[in-house]
Every structure is written in C-alpha cells, then in structure tokens.
Write a protein that binds this ligand. Structure first.
Ligand code: ADP
Ligand code: MG
Length: 257
C-alpha cells in the first residue's frame, strides 16, 4: 500500500515555549481510516494541521501524497492542499446564505474546472452523502448533521487522497454524530484515506486504527477494533484476540511535561 502520510521526528514548538508535538513518527497508508485521540491540549489539532500542510513543523520531516513538504513554497503547498487534501471541521465552516450545492462546489474553486462542471460534481457529491434532496437549502435551513454532511461533500468533491476531520461530531447530537461517522467509515471503505480527531471514546473504539497522543507524543498506535467488530481486512473479528499494537511507544515518552 502506498504511503499517503509520512511523519518522522516531527516536533512543533509554538511561540511562548509550548511544545505541542514531540518527535512524532506516523505513517498512514492509502485507504486507512485512522482515529486520532487524546485529551484536550495533547496536540491533536496541531498534528492534523501539520498533516494537512496548514502548518509546518519546527523540526522533522513531513511527506504528504509523496511530496516533501519542506521542499515546497507556501504557494506550492496551497496547490498541494487544493489537489490532495480535504478538510472537515467541528464548526462546519459553510458559507452562510449560499445553497448546499454552491457550498460544495466551493471545494472545486481552485480546480480550474468550469462552473457548470463544478456544480455537476457538487451534485454528485451531495448525492454521495445522502443529501441530493437538500441541494437548494441554505445552511440555516439544515440540521447540524446535514450541515456536516455538506461540509464532508465539499471536502471530498475534488476526490482528495486524504480527508482530515477535526472533531467532526463535536457539535452534533449523538445520533447525527454516529451517522456522520458512518459516512466517514463508508468513505474509508470505498478507498479514501481518512484521519479523524475525536475525543469520543465510543466513536474512537469503532475505528480500525487509533493513534493516541499524550503531551504531544504518540503514546499508543493500535490496529484492530476494541469492540470486537470486523475490521476492514477481517482481522480482529470477534475472536477475543487482543488488538495488535504496532509502533508501540513506551508510555513515559511525555515525561517532563
Ligand atoms: P488538542 O487539539 O489536542 O486539544 P492542540 O494541538 O490544539 O491540542 O494544542 C496543543 C498545545 O499547543 C496546547 O498546549 C495548546 O495550548 C498549544 N497551542 C495550540 N495552538 C497554539 C498556537 N497557535 N500558539 C501557541 N500555542 C498553541
Ligand atoms: Mg483540537
């Protein structure tokens, strides 16, 4: 499997002396669905920003979709993002007063495609998230769960190699949250590579792989469903076997924080 994300020795220090990430090594392969979990302040959003090339590390190497991020200018990075990465945020970030269809078409703004093609692809993407019948609705006419589906359609309309979501269920009731997660799982099952931050352990436990951060370091990287559900490759099915731990890092790596 091709590597979509490759981080090695990634450290991020913010002004003011905060070390948000410490020597993080993380590979994400094509088609993986990875949950990024950990307490508030453990560095999850920082990690997602670096994977999404919205921010650069203080030190360490970042490779996204085969590109060495350090070798690219800021301008080249925005092109890389537009072509290869889709983002979903807790607060949806839809454009108010604009139809669902046009919000989704926005995801193709820098694609160079003509407007009619953008709108046609947007309609297809809305169909994929089950909202074909809401294309003309504006954000304030949609429920929270529907808004997040629109945001996901916008994120995937350009067929990005990588879909990144930061607490996509954080503003939703549990039923809508579960259905948004199901949608992300469907996208994962159909070959998209997805990394999703969640503080909801119930949601996280259902993901095929979980990377746990503590004090900016990877404390645990576990593949296999803890609920005994069948993972994508059939491993970890309810046979009572413990989930496989890979790249496991001693838990004291965050010492000193
Ligand atoms: P999480 O998403 O897990 O809650 P964050 O990545 O947002 O964690 O933050 C990790 C640490 O970095 C926290 O201590 C936070 O206060 C700090 N931090 C995050 N963003 C900034 C910033 N722009 N400037 C300074 N410190 C920041
Ligand atoms: Mg965060």
């Amino acid at each position: 499997m091709r590597r979509v994300v490759g981080l090695s020795g990634v450290t991020k220090e913010y002004a003011g002396g905060v070390t948000a990430l410490r020597e993080v090594d993380l590979d994400i392969l094509e088609g993986e669905l990875v949950g990024i979990v950990g307490p508030s302040g453990s560095g999850k959003s920082t990690l997602l920003h670096i994977i999404g090339t919205l921010d650069r590390p203080t030190s360490g190497a970042v490779e996204i979709a085969g590109f060495d991020v350090a070798a690219l200018s800021d301008r080249e990075l925005s092109t890389l993002r537009a072509r290869h990465v889709g983002f979903v945020f807790q607060a949806f970030h839809l454009v108010p007063g604009v139809s669902a269809l046009d919000n989704v078409a926005e995801g193709l703004l820098y694609s160079g495609l003509p407007r009619a093609v953008r709108r046609r692809r947007a309609a297809d993407a809305l169909e994929r998230v089950g909202l074909a019948d809401r294309a003309r609705h504006r954000p304030h006419e949609l429920s929270g769960g529907q808004k997040q589906r629109v945001a996901i359609a916008r994120a995937v309309v350009g067929d990005p190699e990588l879909l990144l979501a930061d607490e996509p269920t954080g503003a939703l009731d549990s039923a809508s949250g579960a259905s948004v997660m199901e949608l992300l799982r469907d996208l994962g099952a159909s070959g998209s590579t997805v990394a999703v931050i969640t503080h909801d352990t119930e949601i996280a436990d259902q993901l095929p792989r979980r990377v746990r951060l503590r004090d900016g370091a990877v404390a645990e990287d576990v593949t296999g469903s803890v609920t005994g559900g069948v993972t994508e490759d059939g491993a970890g099915a309810g046979d009572g076997a413990p989930p496989a731990v890979r790249d496991s890092v001693p838990h004291d790596v965050g010492a000193g924080a």
